[in-house]
Design a protein around this ligand. Structure first.
Ligand code: GLU
Length: 422
């Protein structure tokens, strides 16, 4: 592949699928049907800005595969969003819902915009406009969006409300990740990180690492990264956070960074830099630290063939989607880095989104303890399904990511076959 192609997330997602299809001996028709999205909608979104002028935004919704149930997946607001990123993310959602075995397919949405430069009013009008356009393909049994990079519970509330004006009744379950007061689920806000932490607990057991003594570093300090910082110690009973970074820069302390205090600092100042008793560190250097657990929790393609050889972490728990390229995967696996692949590691978010849909549909809500127990059961089962497959294929030298693909692709292919699609 040419260099640009090598970093195209959709090409990467297709190459990952191809490898799994070959190992599974998947028939050509099923393989080809899984290689591209079933449906996608491209929309133009004119929005009145605060200065009185209309600005036109570009948006997408991709419904990758709904053989196992209605499509599900977040909406990203990002200045560098592209249709191929959304396609890749929608494919990964398909494998994600399958690996945790919830009755949903995979989808994703995106708007090319920079939310950091927009007012709340502009964001509300843009979000409502998106639903005016995309609402026609959403709904119970069709497709349910959720938050992703730079989208929030407030944005989900506006979207759910706009959909209400379209259909004429409250369908809370059409959007997840909503505020609790509007049919949100307890435990949804930290679910992505919490699910990842449960898989780290299982990986530590498997590798004989005591997570309470483990050092850890976090690259990316949005929702997933912030909750990983505090939950690693709160759920696993200890551990030492030595470095965190966000898009502006990072901080390091060999003596440890207090997890709750750094989250407070980030929420107050908007950055991690400037936290007392720490030294600056770049995102690149953070990834190469000698730690027990590395949490890539930002965006795609941060671990590539260029730096994979320098990664010294024992476990890489991918809270971000697509942080590691296929070449890097092979290098990490060869060097003994235990990868908890993205669509397994970060499946906690969509799992609690599914719980949210279930609660919305029967209009009765669970307590937090029930959400945590059910999430733990789903994540633990998924982790061991993947690990068992990894062990079964030992002789073929596959990566943990390929093992996760084998589990998920087989499940989606079975559903397609049973429906008579292939
Ligand atoms: N955006 C999240 C993800 O990538 C959550 C999706 C959802 O809750 O539907 O998994």
């Amino acid at each position: 592949m040419a260099k640009e192609e090598k970093l195209n997330p959709f090409k990467i997602a297709q190459a990952q699928l191809d490898e799994a299809a070959e190992l599974l001996g998947l028939d050509e028709g099923t393989h080809m049907a899984l290689r591209t999205p079933m449906r996608e909608l491209h929309v133009t979104l004119p929005v009145r800005m605060d200065n009185g002028k209309v600005k036109v935004f570009q948006g997408f919704r991709v419904q990758y595969n709904d053989a196992r149930g209605p499509t599900k997946g977040g909406i990203r607001y990002h200045p560098e969003e592209t249709i191929d990123t959304v396609r890749a993310l929608a494919a990964w959602m398909t494998w994600k819902t399958a690996v945790v075995d919830i009755p949903l397919g995979g989808g994703k949405g995106g708007i090319v915009c920079n939310p950091k430069e927009m007012s709340q009013g502009e964001l509300e009008r843009l979000s409502r406009q998106y639903i005016r356009q995309v609402g026609r393909i959403l709904g119970i049994g069709k497709d349910s969006p959720a938050p992703d990079v730079y989208t929030t519970p407030q944005i989900m509330a506006w979207m759910m409300d706009e959909f209400y004006w379209q259909i004429g009744y409250n369908d809370f379950g059409v959007i997840t990740g909503k505020p609790i007061a509007l049919g949100g689920s307890l435990g949804r806000s930290d679910a992505t990180a919490r699910g990842g932490i449960y898989t780290v607990r299982e990986a530590c057991k498997h590798l004989g690492i005591d997570p309470a003594k483990a050092t850890y570093a976090i690259q990316g300090f949005g929702n997933a990264g912030q909750f990983a910082a505090t939950l690693h110690t709160d759920v696993l009973g200890g551990g030492k956070l030595v470095a965190v970074s966000d898009s502006r820069g990072g901080i390091f302390s060999k003596d440890g960074i207090a997890p709750h205090a750094i989250v407070e600092h980030k929420l107050k100042t908007g950055k991690v830099e400037g936290f007392p008793n720490t030294k600056p560190i770049t995102n690149e250097a953070l990834l190469e630290l000698e730690v027990d657990v590395l949490y890539p929790a930002a965006l795609e393609n941060v671990i590539t063939d260029k730096n994979a050889g320098n990664i010294k972490a024992k476990i890489s728990c991918e809270l971000a989607n697509g942080p590691t390229t296929p070449e890097a995967d092979k290098i990490l696996t060869k060097n003994g880095v235990f990868i908890i692949p993205d669509f397994l590691a970060n499946a906690g978010g969509v799992t609690v989104s599914y719980f949210e849909m279930v609660q919305d549909h029967y209009n009765y809500f669970w307590d937090l303890k029930t959400v945590h127990e059910r999430l733990d059961a789903k994540m633990t089962k998924a982790f061991h399904d993947v690990l068992n497959t990894f062990n079964q294929y030992k002789k073929k030298n596959i990566t943990m990511r390929t093992a996760a693909y084998l589990v998920s692709v087989a499940r989606v292919a079975e559903a397609m076959k049973l429906r008579g699609w292939v």
